[in-house]
Design a protein around this ligand. Structure first.
Ligand code: HEC
Ligand code: HEC
Ligand code: HEC
Ligand code: HEC
Length: 186
């Protein structure tokens, strides 16, 4: 009797140890290969305020930071037909309508990472200060092609897209940089 219980316990311990080893390993592999979405608030720490060009403030006051509100107004905030363009990284390991609904500024809306790429590997100070390293870690310097992934005819409200004009309405830059170049030549 006692022998059987001991044997059952041994088997159970083995199974648990095996499960822990296997899950531990696979999650480690996932972080090593795919950069993860960290949420816009992680970028805020370094990209807010006058001396950093008010990039956070510009985004927060802009249209992209309200993209989820537009869906909520229509009762479509869980509609997969809408989430890919009105959130950050939906269907790519980013926004999850079940998990992130309580953290509206993190991955809801068109956040920093919707244009600059998932930030887990480039957001550290050391990598950020080294442009080549940041690019190698997945940071994207967006251009018109980035915008057109959402600004296209699959948008039910699409009314055309002009990069110079549209960028002008959401433009942000680091202090001390040359003004972001546009064809209208400001
Ligand atoms: C620990 C501070 C820190 C965090 C967190 C951070 N950044 Fe940065 N970022 C910097 C610094 C420092 C620079 C370089 C500024 C410079 O060159 O003057 C930079 C530069 C950049 C650039 C410009 C790169 C280039 O050369 O064109 C982009 C884009 C950027 N960050 C986006 C992000 C995004 C998106 C996030 C969040 C996922 C983020 N950053 C989080 C500190 C940070
Ligand atoms: C992940 C999808 C996505 C990407 C990428 C994206 N946008 Fe948008 N954009 C949206 C959505 C969604 C809205 C509507 C927000 C709302 O009002 O709910 C929007 C609205 C806008 C508006 C306001 C349009 C209007 O009718 O008032 C401008 C301007 C704009 N985007 C510029 C840009 C530019 C410039 C880029 C590229 C640098 C860009 N967007 C990239 C999703 C995106
Ligand atoms: C709709 C797309 C979009 C979103 C959202 C967005 N950016 Fe950008 N960002 C751009 C584009 C386009 C540029 C200009 C790239 C270039 O210089 O060619 C840029 C440039 C930058 C730069 C570099 C500016 C410079 O002077 O070199 C930083 C830093 C930056 N973004 C940070 C952020 C942060 C932080 C957020 C979120 C608070 C954010 N961005 C949200 C599209 C976006
Ligand atoms: C292919 C990307 C994309 C999809 C999918 C998408 N949207 Fe949008 N949405 C946008 C963009 C970009 C804008 C900015 C206006 C435009 O279309 O140029 C926008 C703007 C809006 C607006 C702002 C108000 C307006 O009239 O300009 C509302 C509301 C909206 N979308 C609702 C929805 C709903 C509801 C769905 C799902 C049924 C949806 N969107 C699916 C990209 C998209």
């Amino acid at each position: 009797m006692t022998r059987n219980i001991l044997k059952a316990a041994a088997v159970l311990i083995f199974v648990i140890a095996y499960a822990v080893a296997v899950t531990g390993q696979s999650s480690e592999e996932a972080t090593a290969s795919d950069p993860a979405y960290v949420g816009s608030k992680k970028c805020k720490i370094c990209h807010k305020g006058d001396k950093n060009g008010n990039i956070w403030e510009t985004w927060e006051a802009g249209v992209h930071a309200k993209a989820m509100e537009s869906l909520i107004e229509k009762g479509d905030d869980k509609n997969p037909e809408c989430l890919s363009c009105h959130t950050t990284g939906y269907g790519k390991g980013g926004y999850d309508p079940e998990a992130d609904v309580e953290k509206p500024l993190d991955l809801a809306h068109v956040g920093c990472e919707a244009c600059h790429g998932p930030g887990s590997d480039y957001k550290s100070k050391k990598v950020m200060e080294d442009r080549e390293a940041a690019l190698a870690a997945g940071m994207i310097v967006p251009d018109a092609a980035t915008c057109i992934t959402c600004h296209n005819e699959n948008s039910p409200t699409f009314k055309g897209f002009d990069f110079e004009e549209y960028w002008g309405r959401i433009a942000h830059k680091l202090p001390g940089d040359e003004p972001v170049e546009t064809e209208s030549g400001e």
